[in-house]
Write a protein that binds this ligand. Structure first.
Ligand code: NA7
Length: 292
């Protein structure tokens, strides 16, 4: 059974928790689609632009959740989600739908599901895409849910992008971890390719043209401008990419050497650079390595 707004295609009463780089444009789209949105963020000042557009700011996660029929979370990591939901758990009531859109991995989704009261639906719906896609409503959304729950949340998620039903509860979170393994491996492979090219005396611009037509093409297209400008404004923060690769190695231990090596590079980049730049800054760390 879905919430009333889904059946009637009417206005939802939403609580949106987490107004970071992604949460802010997503909550803005939901507001502009006509839904009633109550927002909460740990750093309260980030609610101001949403309030200017008609959102209500709540002082605590519980206060945001209390009046909502659907709760959306877009938080940094499993620890943040745990903390925010612990604060909100007393306010959660039967009939509510909780859609987690953070990247936290399937183990965290399972653990939250165990903590929720009966008759509260948890849907995991992490997203592929960063700030430009969130702003334009062009996210790819990997949804883990029963068929009925997917149908009930689909209209709301469609405001944010394209929802894909990838399996039952937890499958969205699992899919996202797999996808981000490929993103991390892709950017570090590009860094190593450029490092080898430099050692062999190749011109970097020409090499990037060549690699744009290789299996690393999508990574080159997405991150070439950053690499050439040696500027890494965060679209997808290094700390979050590292968190995602750690979600993989937490599941797989040392069994996946490529994932483990990717964690190593990202960890080194995080130690090298202050201010949490875009994860593509790892290319500079690799180029600055002792391999010449
Ligand atoms: P950001 O821009 O780093 O935003 C993270 C959000 O999570 C932001 O609202 C933070 O609040 C919040 N946060 C972080 N830690 C906590 C704790 N401990 N308690 C409460 N709230 C917290 O990330 P993105 O928006 O780019 O990404 C969000 C998710 O999508 C993430 O899982 C990515 O991997 C994919 P703050 O504003 O710092 O007070």
């Amino acid at each position: 059974m879905g919430p009333a707004w889904a059946k009637e295609n009417s206005v939802a009463k939403l609580a949106f928790l987490g107004l970071g780089l992604m949460g802010t444009p997503m909550a803005t789209r939901l507001l502009e689609a006509g839904h009633h949105v109550t927002v909460w963020n740990r750093t309260a000042g980030k609610t101001a632009p949403l309030v200017e557009r008609g959102a209500v700011a709540a002082e605590t996660p519980g206060a945001a959740v209390a009046g909502a029929d659907t709760v959306i979370t877009m938080l940094a990591n499993p620890e943040a989600l745990d903390q925010v939901l612990s604060d909100a758990l007393d306010a959660v009531r039967p009939g509510q739908v909780l859609i987690d859109m953070s990247t936290v991995g399937p183990l965290e989704i399972r653990s939250i599901n165990r903590r929720l009261p009966d008759h509260v639906t948890l849907v995991d719906a992490p997203v592929r895409g960063s700030v430009p896609e969130a702003t334009a409503g062009r996210l790819i959304i990997y949804v883990g849910a029963t068929a009925a729950d997917f149908e009930s949340v689909r209209p709301l998620l469609a405001v944010l992008g394209t929802p894909h039903h990838v399996g039952g509860p937890g499958a969205g979170a699992a899919t996202k971890v797999v996808v981000n393994l490929t993103l991390g491996v892709g950017i570090t492979a590009l860094g190593e390719a450029l490092a080898v090219g430099r050692t062999l005396g190749l011109d970097r611009t020409t090499l990037l043209d060549v690699l744009a037509e290789s299996p690393l093409g999508p990574t080159v297209h997405a991150k070439r401008a950053n690499i050439e400008a040696e500027a890494y404004p965060p679209n997808f923060k290094l700390s979050l990419a590292l968190k995602d690769l750690r979600l993989v190695t937490r599941l797989a231990g040392e069994e996946l050497p490529i994932a483990a090596a990717t964690v190593g590079w990202l960890q080194q980049a995080a130690e090298d650079r202050a201010g949490d730049p875009d994860f593509s800054a790892v290319v500079e760390t690799i180029l600055a390595s002792r391999f010449h």
